[in-house]
Write a protein that binds this ligand. Structure first.
Ligand SMILES: *Cc1c(COP(=O)(O)O)cnc(C)c1O
Ligand code: SF4
Length: 452
């Protein structure tokens, strides 16, 4: 028998964790850019650019990502470096220069913050009507700020202790929550409101705990939110989903963290009690699956009986190449992860740097699909999470002599819109739904702006 490392034999309970060295969680933010020794090797001009961009957009990266995921030989082109570190092109020249001038002049902190906030306001901090259209109300008509309810079956819950992440993705569509502006945050400390809401809504089958990353919470907190769902009054909640990127950014969460055991036991308990537990794992690149600890975490989660489904956007500079998707989906299948969604980069924050024309996104999706087996073809996409719903680009076709995008809603505010094919005029430049025009009369209603 070949020698096995403890990480290659991780089942649910029998691992001797003393054999796995415990790594301390160490995190760097914009203030600590100069303390990251790997960055010292880069030109000073590049480091200045990072300072400017991270004054506007959130930056946070931990030592595991720096030491084990980023290949520093390949920086700045390394995909995980692009995924986590600020790049000049993330801001327009105008915004970049405004912030750079402010930093070079001797402005005080408060004044710098004002400049940063002005720029942030111009980066569409709340895409797809998240604040205006998705926040539900309780029976007295009062909004419940920590919840979103957009699609009939699924309620999103943003527990206040889970509104950060182990590292931040440079393209994150929830970036506005992380830059300290309280107006932009959506969180609740009050689980009672959640339970009350779920009880009044028997049509809801899925609760999706999200953030930030709920896996930054202590297991004890997660347990206090989730265990009450086992009460018979929540028997309509068949699925508990947890959105997370911890399998990438801090897989130690599931193996060596002090409360890792408590977490896997909680998930196992929910499964045994009859809930479908789905870990909605956020992945962008196969490199994220490529460390022993990441694989061990996946094995241990699967041993709880939870399913792991994967989703993530297609991004320039990170994964806009079919072979990266083929490898990502194949590795996931091998590890027992079910590919779920491929998204289009959303129209917010650093989108200008990451966006890919829709026709190109579809080509990459299609070409990647052609190269994986049926089990790899479960990812739907490329999908745009737009205001009316999740719009999938199904293809490019000809209709009455004009070139069109064939579209469908995978999800919609109005459930009757789901799965109806509709058409937009082909546009080689378009990167988002709001740039598309209906191609025929039948399709027009799907493009109308909702009345607020
Ligand atoms: C994607 C999404 C969901 C979940 O949709 P499914 O298709 O059921 O995975 C729920 N709420 C919002 C706001 C979403 O964007
Ligand atoms: S892990 Fe998710 S919420 Fe956190 S920064 Fe990345 S995309 Fe955003």
């Amino acid at each position: 028998m070949p020698q096995q490392s403890p990480l290659t034999r991780i089942p649910l309970h029998t691992v001797d964790f003393d054999e796995v060295p415990k790594q301390q969680f160490r995190v760097y933010t914009a203030r600590d850019l100069d303390k990251i020794k790997e960055l010292q090797l880069l030109p000073e001009s590049l480091r200045f650019e990072m300072k400017v961009v991270s004054a506007v957009l959130p930056f946070r990266v931990n030592a595991y990502v720096i030491e084990e995921l980023i290949d520093w030989q390949r920086v700045p082109n390394d995909p995980i470096f692009q995924l986590t570190f600020p790049q000049k092109g993330m801001l327009s020249d105008v915004h970049y220069n405004r912030m750079a001038m402010a930093i070079r002049s001797d402005m005080d902190k408060q004044a710098l913050k004002l400049v940063a906030n002005e720029i942030r306001q111009e980066l569409n901090p709340h895409p797809a009507g998240q604040l205006e259209h998705n926040v539900p109300c309780d029976s007295a008509g009062e909004p419940i700020p920590g919840l979103q309810h957009k699609y009939r079956e699924t309620v999103l819950f943003f527990p206040s202790q889970g509104q950060t992440c182990h590292s931040y993705c440079s393209f994150c569509f929830r970036w506005a929550q992380f830059v300290g502006d309280k107006n932009l945050r959506m969180a609740t400390t009050e689980a009672d409101k959640l339970y009350g809401y779920l009880e009044e809504h028997p049509e809801v089958t899925d609760l999706l705990v999200t953030g930030g990353d709920p896996m930054v919470m202590k297991s004890r907190q997660l347990k206090s939110y989730l265990e009450p769902l086992l009460h018979p009054r929540f028997s309509h909640i068949q699925t508990v989903r947890i959105g997370t990127k911890a399998l990438t950014f801090w897989p130690q969460r599931f193996i060596t963290d002090d409360d890792a055991d408590e977490l896997v036991e909680l998930l196992h308990h929910l499964v045994l009690a009859g809930k479908h537990v789905a870990i909605m794992a956020h992945y962008n690149h196969w490199r994220e699956l490529d460390t022993d600890i990441a694989r061990a975490a996946i094995r241990r989660l699967r041993a709880t009986g939870a399913e792991i489904r994967s989703q993530g956007p297609l991004l320039a500079h990170i994964n806009d190449c079919e072979d990266d998707w083929v490898k990502l989906w194949n590795e996931q299948i091998k590890l027992g992860i079910i590919p779920y969604y491929q998204f289009v980069e959303r129209d917010t924050g650093a989108r200008r740097y990451f966006e890919v024309p829709l026709y190109k996104a579809w080509q990459i999706y299609r070409q990647a699909m052609q190269k994986v087996s049926g089990l790899g073809r479960t990812a739907r996409g490329p999908s745009m999470s737009a205001d009316p719903g999740k719009v999938e680009i199904q293809g490019i076709a000809e209709m009455n002599g004009q070139k069109v995008f064939v579209l469908r809603f995978i999800q919609a505010r109005d459930p009757s819109w789901v799965q109806q094919p509709f058409f937009a005029k082909f546009d080689e430049q378009a990167t988002w739904f709001d740039q598309l025009q209906p191609a025929d009369e039948h399709s027009e209603r799907f493009f109308r702006k909702p009345a607020v």
